[in-house]
Design a protein. Structure first.
Lengths: 347, 347
DNA sequence: GCTAAGAATGTAACCGGTTACAGTACAGGA
DNA sequence: TCCTGTACTGTAACCGGTTACATTCTTAGC
């Protein structure tokens, strides 16, 4: 690895000049700059990142805090790969990389009281690595931990967790609007007994989807029935159980909006187990548009999230805060209702 | 952030001693060590990682090279999340983090001739960041690019690509054994016309699965018929097309082993489209055990890969090379046949 | 009591950049 | 011609650790 000093020597200039060429090219005369650039290219020189981070007190890396929540074992993020790809490509165009932070605090994994590892530990790591900012992925319902990040003063952008602070914001889908659209769609198909299976308490997107469900009912001129709202946890099993509970009523719903595709699949299975045919006897709409949605039988009508949009939006917001061009407003990505077979519209 | 010099001052020792406490504690007297440790804990001191990386010429980070292959748009790694979680937890226990490397060379994404970004660029980034090693994820079939990594002298471990070099190895499933087991299972169920839909040419796991298919036939005493081997590309569509082709023969197979679950699902759809019932008219076995496998109808019998094992094994191998305790032999993780409904064994 | 080996610690030179500040050169104005 | 402002470049002090080598302090052996 060739160093800046060597390049400087080869060009007959000082290291400072070489550094300037890479950092504030406008302050270097054209001839000098071109000469340095040529030699640097020839010897494949780029400034060493460790040295640069140390000197600038700022690295070209953004941390990713993504913890598994022991309280939700087996939980899969519905679109982690798209999220990472989106982040990666958006960050790379600004020269940043993504550092997947890991706490060595494995004890936590066995500690039943905490879902997120100590945020303090993460903030410390962030400082020691001179990270430029943090991306936080919701991995449960531990809002307190997120607040600690928001208050640390580090540029933070959360995915699917409402976060606010001096340099913090978040990106999420417009969950309420998406849910409302799903419900209006069901109402337009003639349903007037529409139930919902919600996500876990304390989870922001879950709450927004429930709110959207209510709004959708209101917009369709339908009454809100509290006994048509059952609580789930985003997992398939809870969709199954919730649906079974709903079907056990005297006047069961004819349609259900599940706050996740996983739960919608569970609902599908419960309907099948009850001898009902979907969509003839029961219409089902989910949320997320995960891969399996198009594969189950009947194919699931669902509210699709803008998966690549998350990465782009999160990276954009984070870079804005890193560059101190202000704290962006929270991003609410538009959703899109994908009509397949489970709602009965395609009959 | 408190520095080592400040800790040293507080303890009445030199920085060197503080450094020793964190790096070679045995060389420091017990009383001094305990004193430094106490003060460090009290002031929440840990060595700055940028400075440490610069000074040691080695950071506590491992790079992850994971490119999307434009030639396979929409390709999802069958178990990226498990892989990352496994890597993360195994690395974290040794104090390492995972750096998702991104090349700013976005032009590549539009360049139809190259699948991987320039490996040279990645090697350069690795050096500039003083990364301790690299994890390479197969993202296509560009074996040449991987060879460049292997020859760079950096500790490298590849996932699902055969890699060898002075400090390179790889981890993959025992694809041949898994495929052979699947075929023997079908044979044991009475099938004697067993076809296969392979993965793309040039892909190592695909080749191994095809080899396993042949071995399985031989072990079951069945003849190998070349017209029962159709080439796919791991995607669902190719499974559909391949199956349709197989079914068009005069004496179509009664069972098919697909080298990926995606293709198996495609085969399922093709069978349905041809008016065949699975497993009554056609037995289907896949490979991977992705999430949808248990959800399709009929539920897919498949060769499950040890998903968390990949992360653990890759991290272990990499750490061994980093610590210069030798270059581990390639790891072939055992697979496990998961019998569900599509093979007919559960009738 | 003296010496030498060994243990513990300190000194200072790195690692490879960035940047405040100082210095030089040159153009334009008086 | 001299002065001043601007443009460019160089010097050197950081950033915060690590570590070779020097130094000091013990302690054992004679």
């Amino acid at each position: 690895m060739v160093t800046a000093r060597e390049i400087a020597q080869l060009c007959g200039v000082s290291v400072a000049t070489v550094s300037r060429v890479f950092n504030r090219p406008a302050t270097v005369s054209a001839t000098t700059r071109e000469n340095v650039e040529r030699v640097a290219r020839e010897f494949d020189f780029s400034p060493n990142e460790s040295a640069r981070a140390l000197s600038r007190q700022r690295s070209a890396m953004v941390g990713l805090v993504w913890d598994t929540d022991h309280r939700r074992p087996g939980w899969r993020h519905p679109f982690l790969q798209d999220l990472l790809l989106g982040l990666k490509s958006a960050l790379s165009s600004h020269g940043y990389h993504l550092l997947l932070l890991a706490t060595s605090d494995d004890a936590r994994d066995r500690n039943p009281g905490v879902s997120l590892a100590d945020p303090i530990a993460y903030v410390g790591m962030t400082r020691r690595h001179h990270l430029a900012g943090l991306v936080l992925i919701d991995s449960g319902t531990d809002a307190d931990a997120f607040a600690t990040f928001a208050q640390s003063g580090l540029p933070c952008v959360a995915v699917d967790v409402a976060l606010s602070g001096p340099r913090a914001t978040y990106v999420t889908s417009d969950n309420a609007a998406g849910a409302a659209e799903a419900v209006r769609h069901l109402a337009a198909l003639g349903h007037d007994r529409i139930a919902t299976i919600t996500g876990p308490r304390g989870n922001a997107p879950a709450a927004a989807r429930t709110e959207g469900y209510r709004r959708g009912l209101a917009e369709a001129g339908l009454p809100a029935r509290e006994d048509f709202v059952v609580t789930g946890d985003f997992y398939r099993e809870s969709g199954f159980v919730g649906m079974r509970r709903l079907l056990a009523r005297k006047d069961p719903p004819t349609a259900v909006f599940a706050a996740s595709d996983e739960m919608a699949v569970g609902a599908l299975l419960a309907a099948r187990a009850a001898g009902l045919s979907v969509p003839a006897d029961l219409a089902v709409v989910g949320f997320d548009d995960i891969e399996v949605a198009s594969l189950v039988d009947p194919a699931l009508t669902t509210v699709a999230q803008d998966k690549p949009g998350f990465g782009t939006a999160a990276a954009g917001a984070l870079l804005a805060m890193i560059d101190n061009t202000g704290v962006p407003e929270p991003v609410h990505l538009p959703t899109k209702l994908v009509v397949r077979d489970s709602c009965g519209a395609t009959r």
